[in-house]
Design a protein around this ligand. Structure first.
Ligand SMILES: Nc1ncnc2c1ncn2[C@@H]1O[C@H](COP(=O)(O)OP(=O)(O)OP(=O)(O)O)[C@@H](O)[C@H]1O
Ligand SMILES: [Mg+2]
Length: 415
């Protein structure tokens, strides 16, 4: 006698084979790839508030796993759904994406013609109010100084930064970094009175900060972030790319990236703005430095308010934890950052990283098994509380635009 066939709903099957038939996140979004046999689509704004309460995204993976290719296709496919993007491109790999979307790159280079003022208030200034604008400027300024000095600022130095910034921001004037450095060098009587000291004493106490800021303006930042902005950007277009690849690949890059990101964030924080990704490829450079890392974290908080989803690309969680033990500020920064990025896209990780990652991200045993042997283009997507094993699918047209090793493959083929 034949047994009756067993019937179950897809919800039951998903329970048995979560990676083969996940219930998905809906299809009103750009296609990413395959989650088992289902199409996996993702759009952080469409998932709010049912699956996500914040739109920020962390992409984690070893070299060459397909992180950047994924983000590039998210930007291009998102454009079809009316999503905008602003990209910080330290490796100079977005020119083909920009060309495909019909936009010009903004190339920053020492001695080049483009200058961006990281202290710009941005078009949302009226809505934010002068206090909030100054608060953001001050946070950036103090972070740059911390990163340049490679140590925390002393209380007097923090106060001196605030006083110098206020001194050069009277009325509607937009301050610049060299102006702040000059005000730190020569504080006036009013500035000194504010903290019950003398101008000489104040100047002496903040001399290190003033010197570092001046050095940056004459050196690393010269011609790029040391004066009023010179570009006029079409923020209604699908994509804005800041190409930073002409800059020296050294410690100063974290400060340059912070300045560039601050400028983008001020520019896109506008009332009624369209939903926009801000892509920080190689974000580990910012996070490796406590000064710029702190600043980045504080700036992520603004995301939801302006419909911005930040995408941070890093190699491994230990990038964030490198310099500290479990109780250190660095560790707190890392876990804070994780709570600010509710979508985590995790590519293959080295064995040694998996335990720590599992603890911090709450990965299941099956997630952990996948982590060590996933192929290129495959990643675990933790979207809020849901988990998906996704193979990112890339069309031939997109491969030509997004893959970074095309030249190597072509040469290998020719050899
Ligand atoms: N979805 C995919 N499926 C198969 N191969 C892929 C996929 N995405 C990328 N690749 C391959 O991996 C290569 C590296 O991709 P990509 O530049 O995105 O890596 P990455 O993780 O950003 O590396 P890095 O950490 O060095 O920046 C691509 O040139 C391509 O050959
Ligand atoms: Mg990359």
């Amino acid at each position: 006698m034949a047994r009756p066939a067993h019937r179950a709903t897809t919800a039951n099957v998903a329970g048995l084979y979560p990676f083969l038939a996940g219930p998905g996140l809906g299809s009103e979004a750009a296609y990413v790839g395959q989650d088992g046999t289902s199409a996996f689509c993702f759009d952080p704004w469409a998932l709010y508030p049912r699956f996500l309460t914040n739109p920020n995204i962390l992409v984690l993976g070893q070299l060459g796993r397909g992180k950047s290719a994924l983000v590039k296709t998210m930007v291009m496919r998102g454009a079809l759904f009316g999503r905008r993007a602003a990209v910080l491109d330290p490796k100079g790999e977005y020119h083909d994406v920009a060309a495909a979307l019909g936009v010009e790159l903004i190339r920053l280079s020492p001695g080049g013609s483009v200058r961006l003022n990281p202290l710009d208030a941005g078009p949302g200034a009226a809505e934010l109010g002068p206090r909030e604008v100054q608060r953001r400027r001050l946070t950036l300024l103090q972070s740059i100084a911390t990163a340049a000095l490679k140590r925390d600022l002393r209380p007097i130095e923090r106060a001196a930064c605030r006083i110098a910034l206020d001194a050069v921001s009277s009325g509607d004037a937009v301050p610049t970094l060299p102006q702040v450095a000059a005000a730190l060098m020569e504080p006036g009587q009013t500035a000194a009175d504010e903290i019950r000291t003398t101008p000489d004493e104040l100047a002496r106490s903040s001399h290190d900060v003033a010197l570092e800021l001046r050095r940056l303006c004459d050196g690393d930042l010269a011609g790029m972030f040391d004066g009023p902005s010179t570009v006029d950007v079409d923020w209604d277009g699908p994509l804005v790319v800041l190409d930073l690849s002409q800059m020296a690949d050294d410690e100063g890059l974290a400060i340059l990236m912070a300045c560039a990101t601050a400028w983008i964030q001020a520019a896109v924080a506008r009332p009624g703005a369209q939903h926009r990704f801000i892509v920080l490829d190689e974000a580990w450079r910012l996070l490796n430095d406590l000064g710029t890392g702190r600043w980045l974290r504080s700036s992520l908080k603004l995301a939801r308010q302006y419909g911005v989803a930040n995408i941070l690309v890093i190699h491994r969680l230990s990038d964030l934890l490198a310099a500290g033990d479990a109780g250190s500020e660095k560790h707190a920064l890392a876990s804070g950052l994780l709570s600010d990025t509710e979508t985590r896209i995790i590519y293959a990780q080295p064995d040694g990283e998996v335990a720590e990652m599992a603890a911090l991200l709450g990965l299941s045993r099956s997630d952990q098994e996948h982590l060590v042997d996933m192929q290129r283009g495959h990643a675990i997507w933790k979207v809020g509380r849901t988990s998906h094993l996704v193979e990112h699918r890339v069309s031939d047209f997109e491969k030509a635009i997004t893959y970074t090793d095309q030249a190597m493959e072509t040469n290998a083929g020719a050899a």
